[in-house]
Write a protein that binds this ligand. Structure first.
Ligand code: PCA
Length: 322
């Protein structure tokens, strides 16, 4: 009798535990060993612990579940409850998404953090209208130029096959007279191996993750801008969670944001060292290259402000006041 009751009781506990468990998917376009992805994986573990396993978030790295440009729509439509996006990928949809992709508008971690604070209210509003919540965002390390041959000025990039990851990086390619082709990071190694591209702008992090040193030997440390990855949550999925779970998610998100910026800063120099160790030369840009790239930045700031209108001007003004 007691025995039977014990079994029935165990069965009851098991079924309520299963019922109470929520499973979410979180696609990202970057490899599992990337620092953003490691940070997200830590976040998922933190949420699991804080909710006693009630909310299980599966991180799908390397664009395995959705390709980079598809992740935002997947979260919006609820095919994924969460997702990580590169904000600047969506500049053509809305210029504000591209504010952190303009060369030399914000070119240090401090400046990038301020720009983020200026951008945040409008980002939250826009994403809110689209049925999503901005959980947190973390900057990539500063962007420099990877290129096969040595360059002394931007004119040395004329005709070079140039990989772009966003509308702005394609525009830079155009302005320097290179031949831009858009390739997301998941396909970058292959594009280099097959000679589709011989130059691109990105971080030491991506240079390392994609083994760029096997194909390209020069990195010009222009520190031109720090684009951000943002982690989004589908609002309906969030609203369906109980209060303690929502709070655990928000808390783990806030911690991930802080940890992410710290790691990005710390790892930036480590990545450049790793590139060196693997045979790459890290060059400071020549005065000419610097001033050429600044000019590109000025043109792009002007173009962006024209397209972004008063809303863009307000973000830039707020940023400059910080
Ligand atoms: N790496 C990403 C975007 C910015 C960065 O540093 C990439 O190259 O695709």
């Amino acid at each position: 009798m007691i025995h039977k009751f014990g079994i029935a009781f165990a069965g009851f506990v098991l079924s309520t535990a299963t019922l109470a468990q929520t499973k979410w998917d979180l696609p990202t376009a970057y490899p599992a060993t990337n620092f953003h992805t490691e940070n997200i994986t830590q976040f998922a573990t933190d949420v699991d612990k804080a909710t006693d396993g009630k909310l299980k978030i599966t991180v799908h790295a390397n664009a395995a579940l959705f390709k980079a440009p598809e992740i935002k729509r997947a979260v919006q439509g609820g095919q994924a409850q969460m997702g990580e996006i590169l904000l600047v990928n969506y500049q053509n949809e809305w210029q504000m998404f591209g504010a952190d992709g303009i060369p030399f508008l914000a070119d240090s971690y401090d400046a990038a953090w301020k720009l983020y604070q200026a951008q945040k209210p409008v980002l939250e509003k826009k994403l809110g209208e689209q049925g999503m919540t901005l959980l947190y965002a973390v900057a990539w390390p500063p962007q420099g130029i990877f290129v096969k041959k040595e360059i002394a000025s931007a004119s040395d990039l004329k005709g070079v096959k140039w990989r772009a990851y966003s509308p702005a990086t394609a525009r830079i390619g155009e302005l320097v007279g290179a031949q831009p082709v858009t390739v997301q990071q998941a396909e970058l190694s292959q594009a280099m191996a097959t000679g589709v591209i011989e130059s691109y702008m990105s971080s030491g992090s991506t240079g390392y993750d994609t083994k760029t040193y096997e194909y390209i030997k020069n990195f010009y440390d222009t520190q031109a801008w720090l684009p951000k990855n943002a982690v989004l949550v589908n609002k309906k999925a969030f609203d369906a969670l109980d209060k303690p779970t929502q709070e655990a998610l928000l808390k783990a998100g806030a911690e991930a944001e802080k940890r992410g910026w710290d790691v990005s800063k710390k790892k930036n120099l480590e990545y450049l060292d790793l590139l060196k160790k693997n045979g790459m030369t890290i060059h400071p840009p020549s005065a000419q290259l610097k001033s050429d790239m600044k000019k590109v930045g000025d043109t792009m700031t002007k173009e962006w402000l024209e397209k972004a209108g008063p809303e863009g001007q307000a973000v830039v003004d707020a940023y400059r006041k910080m």
